[in-house]
Design a protein around this ligand. Structure first.
Ligand SMILES: [Zn+2]
Ligand SMILES: [Zn+2]
Length: 240
């Protein structure tokens, strides 16, 4: 599986740092966790045809995680009409907005385009890529996702209230992609030490705003050593 961090930022775009989106490639199929940036453009830049996108999962109803979804679905509505990814949105309001947005631009979802709400538990499994959602306390209808594919297990934390409060009850992770916009990264130390995690990626942070700085990250890295920890950047690729 190849994971590409399309947007490593949080709610406020910064230079060369877009809002959150993570692209997974598994056996020639593509899956998004969050679509906070212009995912249509990101696919175009990578010469990935939208027909290859099988599903999109949105962690929660904040704009930095969903803004790019609407324009992407609009593009599928009038141009890439053979592209039918399954779309999982956080709540009914987001689902209604999808329909209203498309209608405003003269198109609508095709019957083959499944639009569903994220609920706790396994929400998707096409035999290639499995997604299990865990409720978090960041906001109403917020979730973390456990991704399972090719025998690997990857956690996408979404946004959390605090690692001690709503870190998902998962273990034996090949990678944990963790947000760092709402608390000091050092506060991941205890939960990461209590689990088997092979690699850690600190994501969804601001260079100038938020709770990450070099000293905090170095401390976390030292605390969880020998588990490797990296800070994500836009365009970063992770192969496993
Ligand atoms: Zn966010
Ligand atoms: Zn949020």
């Amino acid at each position: 599986m190849k994971i590409t961090i399309l947007g490593s930022g949080h709610g406020v775009p910064e230079a060369h740092k877009q809002c959150t989106s993570i692209l997974f490639e598994v056996s020639g199929s593509y899956y998004f966790v969050d679509a906070g940036c212009d995912i249509s453009m990101e696919l175009a830049n990578r010469r990935i045809h939208p027909n290859g996108v099988k599903a999109i999962f949105i962690t929660h109803p904040h704009s930095d995680h969903i803004n790019g979804l609407y324009s992407f679905l609009n593009l599928l509505g009038w141009y890439y009409t053979k592209s039918n990814p399954e779309v999982y949105v956080p709540n009914e309001k987001c689902a209604v907005l999808v329909h209203q947005y498309l209608e405003a631009f003269g198109c609508k979802l095709r019957p083959e385009q499944k639009l569903a709400l994220v609920e706790e538990g396994t929400i998707f499994d096409d035999g290639n890529f499995k997604v299990t959602a865990f409720a978090t306390q960041h906001c109403p209808n917020s979730h973390a996702f456990l991704i399972e594919a090719e025998g690997k297990r990857v956690l996408c934390s979404g946004d959390l209230r605090h690692p001690a409060v709503d870190f998902p009850p998962v273990d034996n992770l090949d990678a944990a992609i963790l947000e760092a916009a709402h608390f000091n990264v050092i506060e991941y130390t205890d939960v990461l030490k209590s689990k088997s995690v092979k690699s850690v990626y600190i994501n969804h942070y601001g260079n100038y705003i938020g709770n990450i700085n070099g000293a905090n990250f170095v401390t976390l890295r030292k605390e969880i050593s020998p588990v490797p920890a990296e800070i994500t950047t836009d365009g970063m690729e992770i192969s496993m």
